[in-house]
Write a protein that binds this ligand. Structure first.
Ligand code: ADP
Ligand code: MG
Length: 694
């Protein structure tokens, strides 16, 4: 049976029918999102180790950064005086020996065994002799002598791996099937685009990213894949805009200055200049007969919520209902509480739709929405689902819009409701980029910070000051404040060379028996996560150890300290999002970046400014350097290969080509529709939603 299936291999063949993949491997692959042959082909290396110039072990010199190949002849774990446990392995090649050390990673003792062939790369230093502290290492062959078929001493692709499936196994599986899978792949990009940008064909590009002969070759391949995804994004944006235009007849709200004026009078402060300008832009949109489709972009704390509330009250004054959607239940509750306070003087109450309400409560909420009795609703995207209907919905506000993609925006329109739409985001990006990435939206920005907030001080500290830093954290907590400690990974097994959240929470809990320490990360269920965050917000937790899940939206004014471990592992924009979790009250706050080596310039730059737009520019400039392969959400569309602004040339071409393909001529748009749809759907299954609409 598998043999027959293999004979008729197609890109959508389930992976378990591929040679070398049984049920167990198929399960492990599924954890990586790999279910079909196509998924395997598109499971791309997330980094490369350039071993094109290998240094003999004896010639690895102190102060150099080198790649070496050798077999493990001895290994073990040694404790240091300060309690840190270091994994050591001695490598040998024809030229001699080199000691490699992995501080704080005793668990590597389970992975690395004598007899294995290792490829290591990293800096060589002097410490009782020459030592390498590998930044990267790969096990190329195990002791049984089972060699690595793929690696020929050039550029080694390293694949995202998972438990029970090493990147080495993935590499050999990909390699085994690559030729056939590439032959099955269609290159639908017009030749003209390839020619003018000197892009390789799709088969060449796939070959180049999986089996580069040099790093430059992998980069050429990446650019081709980046162009494809930028083209898809532009196609989606142009279509979304076209659809929005078709449903253009919106509500022309009238300025009544009733509720809005009362809100203004009840606020204890003045709106900032930026808030006033944004509100003017929104009001202009809402009072025009066209539908509003606007993005309000501003750093955390710039006061987006109040602006959105004015817009909602304008809707209410006109006898329309309005809805505010947030990405998680917790944020819904938080918005509910904020709005309740702001609306109290107006004798209005928000209506919350929550997952943890009983079926009877939910039914009651739905009924009040359907009859129009509830006028201002707050909920997750459940508000858009079947069974929820509004009597007269005039405006939808969507918080943290990157969680709601282009396709959901279109789905909103496709549902037959045609309310005005205001999206809020705390991820500032430079204006030029916003226009390209959110081409279907108008954009308002808030840059100014309202007065009366405590300052956030940012400091970069070396790890040898760690004790003092943690004493400081403890002192602040004993004063009644709360702290975050942020780590890049959940478990040590994910990245051998990084400290992990699960270990940190144990360390801190043991160290501070008088403080309440807890843990939150992305592998917890949504309810568990919300529960921890809720307890933290209520002050039942003093120190919250966390991964980047705390990035979005959570507001705990009493949290005034954040320690970030391995800040070099985060993009600057991401660090900025994290830092936005503190400094939300009147107290001064402290963000401390703990680095292992000398304080890098990028972190100094980050520490020196609180302006999210400036940081966004730094971040883009940096990622243009290509040091990070961070998947990022833009308009809900994941850009996995593109790097901006480095790929600006690709972006410009993609926009032109997309316009040529579907933008200009409605007849052409209809004709091309099928092919574009198939193409987008084949690569991005969630595009189904978008292209079904309209
Ligand atoms: P964002 O949603 O952009 O992160 P919020 O709307 O939550 O920001 O506002 C942050 C805090 O600042 C809130 O406590 C809010 O009441 C307050 N605030 C908003 N606008 C002003 C203003 N113009 N002056 C003083 N405080 C303000
Ligand atoms: Mg907010």
């Amino acid at each position: 049976m598998p043999a027959r299936a293999a004979a008729a291999l197609r890109l959508d063949t389930p992976v378990q029918f591929l040679k070398g993949i049984g049920e167990r491997r198929a399960e492990a692959l599924a954890r990586l999102g790999i279910r079909t042959a196509r998924d395997l082909l598109w499971h791309l290396p997330h980094r490369y180790i350039d071993a094109s110039t290998l240094t003999p072990l004896s010639r690895a010199e102190v102060g150099q950064e080198v790649a070496c190949l050798g077999s493990v002849v001895a290994k073990g774990v040694l404790p240091t005086r300060r309690g840190l446990r270091i994994f050591h392995a001695v490598l040998r090649d024809d030229s001699g020996l080199l000691e490699c050390v992995w501080p704080g990673q005793p668990f590597l003792d389970r992975t690395i065994t004598v007899g294995q062939t290792l490829l290591v790369s990293g800096p060589v230093r002097f410490y009782h002799g020459r030592q390498m502290a590998p930044r990267e290492f790969v096990i190329l062959a195990d002791s049984a002598g089972e060699g690595d078929a793929v690696f020929e001493g050039k550029v080694l692709p390293v694949y995202p791996a998972t438990e029970g499936l090493s990147h080495k196994v993935i590499r050999s599986l990909v390699d085994r099937h690559l030729d056939v899978l590439i032959r099955l792949s269609d290159d639908v990009l017009p030749d003209s685009a390839k020619r003018s940008l000197r892009l390789p064909s799709l088969p060449e590009a796939l070959q180049a990213v999986h089996r580069p002969r040099a790093l430059e070759e992998a980069e050429d391949g990446r650019r081709r894949l980046a162009f494809d995804e930028l083209l898809d994004l532009q196609l989606m944006l142009i279509r979304a805009r076209a659809i929005a235009k078709r449903h253009r007849s919106g509500v022309a709200f009238q300025l009544k200055r009733d509720l809005t004026s009362r809100l203004k009078e009840s606020l204890p402060w003045e709106l900032t200049g930026d808030q006033q300008r944004a509100l003017r832009e929104i009001t202009a949109d809402m009072t025009s007969p066209d539908r509003m489709h606007r993005l309000l972009m501003g750093d955390v704390g710039t006061g987006k919520t109040v602006v959105a509330l004015f817009a909602m009250l304008l809707g209410l004054e006109n006898d329309f209902q309005t809805a505010l959607m947030a990405p998680t239940e917790l944020l819904v509750e938080q918005h509910g509480a904020t709005l309740e306070k702001l609306l109290a003087p107006l004798k209005l109450k928000p209506e919350l739709l929550l997952g943890r309400q009983t079926p009877a409560e939910k039914a009651a909420v739905r009924k009040r929405l359907a009859t129009g009795q509830a006028r201002l609703a707050v909920g997750t995207h459940a508000l858009l689902q079947e069974g929820v209907s509004f009597r007269r919905l005039g405006l939808v506000v969507i918080d943290e819009q990157h969680r709601f993609g282009v396709e959901q925006r279109a789905a909103l329109i496709g549902k037959g409701v045609a309310p005005d739409v205001l999206l809020l985001t705390a991820t500032p990006i430079p204006r030029s980029l916003a226009l390209t990435l959110y081409g279907d939206l108008d954009v308002s920005t808030l840059r100014e910070r309202p007065p009366g907030r405590g300052l956030v001080r940012t400091a970069v500290r070396h790890r040898n000051q760690r004790e003092r830093v943690f004493e400081f954290v403890r002192d602040e907590c004993l004063k009644g404040r709360q702290a975050y400690v942020v780590l890049p990974v959940i478990e040590e097994s994910e990245r051998a060379d990084l400290r992990a959240a699960t270990t940190m929470v144990q360390t801190l809990a043991a160290r501070w028996p008088d403080l309440k320490v807890d843990l939150v990360h992305g592998r917890l269920k949504a309810e568990e996560r919300d529960d921890v965050m809720r307890r933290y917000r209520q002050g039942d937790v003093d120190v919250l150890v966390a991964t980047t899940v705390i990035e979005v939206g959570i507001d705990v004014p009493n949290a005034t300290v954040m320690v970030i471990e391995h800040p070099d592992r985060f993009g600057l924009a991401q660090l900025h999002q994290l830092r936005g979790r503190i400094g939300r009250g009147a107290e001064e706050s402290y963000c401390i970046l703990l680095v292992d080596g000398p304080s890098p310039e990028r972190l100094q730059g980050f520490a020196g400014t609180l302006d999210g737009f400036k940081i966004a520019e730094l971040d883009l400039a940096e990622r243009g350097m290509g040091d990070l392969i961070g998947a990022r959400q833009h308009g809900g569309f994941e850009l996995r290969h593109a790097r901006l602004p480095d790929d600006t040339d690709l972006l410009t071409h993609a926009r032109d080509l997309a316009t040529e393909l579907i933008g200009a001529d409605p007849a052409l748009q209809r004709r091309e529709n099928l092919r574009l749809r198939e193409r987008a759907v084949a690569r991005y299954p969630r595009a189904v939603e978008l292209f079904r609409v309209g």
